[in-house]
Design a protein. Structure first.
Lengths: 372, 110
């Protein structure tokens, strides 16, 4: 049996961010990751560092997200120092384009709620069509307005994943690929894990397995209410820079391609694509920026968001299984900096962080927790 | 410009068509892809990468690698391996990313 101080189950953005953060604290860390047939949100996401609108109904999440983007420059600098990889972090603010008066009213209502909940410290602007066209040339004539927030930004998410892999290895993290964890149990002073015919012993374990957390958590007597939500993304040919801000529907990457997305579907564990949703995404993108109507699409994919029951992250240090921690969230990019620099010290027990307790499993009522 | 071709046809082309590549007239086999026609004519460089400027030439020949990008009759970012060659095509190397704003004054003036 192989032994490690900390075993992290899941080698996506969440697991590797925590692994990196714990390695920075000097811990001996291993990561067990599935093979290429796994459902991988980390390889399918859009790359936004998004704040505006998040935490509607739960201001602790809005606060947590804001602190995450404030930590991002330090995080990106640390990763670049360890790996030499430029993540192309840009934080110029972002636009949520609105295609109907109803959408504009709804977005505004949420942002105003958040500003109140944050005691006025929540910068954004509501722009009508005319103001928007001055700020963002090339916007289509049927866009009724937009919400702009200087808090938002974006990065290259694939470079982030590659950078985290490299940085973890540089810092001595043992990443074990191609091993799906099939069994996990408490044993004397720690945990025993079984994966692909091998066994590991770990003093502490972090479940960061995305949608797999539900099944793994159940083995440690925890109900973890996460379920899949599919998003599809279309990618265009490479274009010279024409869009200098991220928007929720359309984002131009550092290498010139334009990503079109933000669909939401319940499709079970099917991470494929469908022409109807792709057509809707394309049509909406062309409404936002009519020039895109002349542009070729070169590829498309689907990926599954890891959505908790209420949409907010789950950070749980088990009371019944001391040493087991659960981390589930759908914003693995935005929160990566927070997971590495703030959550890892909390997991390590180095810092008692009252901001984390809002995200415990306790907020789900027993009825909700046992419904699924 | 065209030099000694890297590839030879299995049999001589029955028909040829004339196309233009970077302003020079080429007689190329008919009935093949534009990428194959360029390779048969000794073209060893079709694009300069939009990401890092590196030169590239047709490689996968099946629409995946994007190394064969060319501009055809003013249309940027065409995959030469997916286009049947056609008489009279005017072909240029794809240099960097497509400029969406160029030749787009009507849109820009909106």
């Amino acid at each position: 049996m192989q032994k490690t101080d900390v075993m992290i189950v899941g080698g996506g953005l969440v697991g590797l961010s925590i692994a990196y953060g714990m390695a920075l604290l000097g811990r001996q860390v291993s990561v067990l990751d599935e093979g290429d047939d796994a459902l991988r949100a980390a390889r399918g996401n859009f790359g936004l560092l998004w704040v505006q609108g998040k935490g509607y109904g739960m201001s602790a999440y809005a606060q947590w997200t804001r602190e995450a983007v404030a930590l991002w420059p330090r995080f990106a600098t640390a990763l670049q120092a360890d790996t030499g990889i430029d993540l192309h972090l840009r934080q110029p603010g972002g636009f949520q384009l609105c295609l109907s008066d109803e959408e504009m009213a709804e977005e505004s209502r949420r942002l105003l709620w958040l500003r109140d909940a944050m005691h006025g410290d929540y910068p954004f602007e509501l722009l009508d069509a005319e103001q928007l066209r001055v700020r963002l040339p090339g916007v289509g004539p049927t866009v009724v307005g937009a919400c702009y927030s200087p808090m938002d930004g974006h990065i290259n998410p694939l470079k982030l994943l590659r950078s985290l892999y490299t940085a973890c290895r540089v810092r001595g993290v043992n990443i074990i690929n191609g091993h799906r964890v099939s069994g996990i149990a408490q044993c004397a002073g720690g945990f025993e894990l079984a994966a692909a015919g091998q066994r590991w012993y770990a003093g502490r374990v972090v479940l960061a397995a995305g949608l797999g957390n539900r099944e793994l958590g159940a083995q440690l007597d925890m109900d973890i209410p996460v379920s899949p939500n599919r998003g599809q993304i279309l990618v265009t040919e490479r274009l010279k820079p024409f869009l200098h801000y991220p928007t929720t529907y359309v984002r131009q990457t550092d290498e010139g391609t334009v990503q079109l997305g933000d669909s939401h579907e319940s499709a079970g564990l099917d991470d494929g694509t469908g022409s109807q949703v792709m057509a809707t995404i394309a049509a909406r993108a062309v409404r936002c920026f009519p020039r895109l109507g002349q542009v070729r699409l070169v590829r498309a994919w689907g990926a599954l968001r890891v959505m908790s029951q209420d949409g907010y992250p789950i950070y749980e240090a088990s009371r019944t299984c001391p040493g087991a921690v659960v981390v589930s969230c759908h914003s693995g990019v935005t929160l990566a900096a927070m997971h590495a620099l703030r959550l890892a010290p909390w997991i390590d027990g180095e810092r008692d962080d009252p901001a984390v307790s809002a995200f415990s499993l306790e907020r789900f009522s027993p009825e909700v927790r046992h419904a699924g | 410009m065209p030099v000694e071709p890297l590839f030879r046809a299995l049999s001589p082309a029955k028909n040829t068509v004339r196309i233009e590549f970077e302003g020079a007239s080429l007689a190329v086999p008919a009935g093949v892809s534009l990428a194959a026609a360029l390779l048969a004519s000794g073209v060893t460089r079709t694009r300069e990468s939009a990401v890092n400027g590196r030169s590239g030439a047709p490689f996968c020949m099946m629409g995946v690698c994007f190394e064969c990008l060319v501009e055809v009759d003013g249309q940027a970012n065409c995959q030469a391996c997916l286009l049947p060659v056609r008489a009279g095509m005017r072909v240029h190397r794809q240099r960097g990313a497509r400029d969406l704003l160029a030749g787009d004054q009507e849109m820009a003036d909106e």
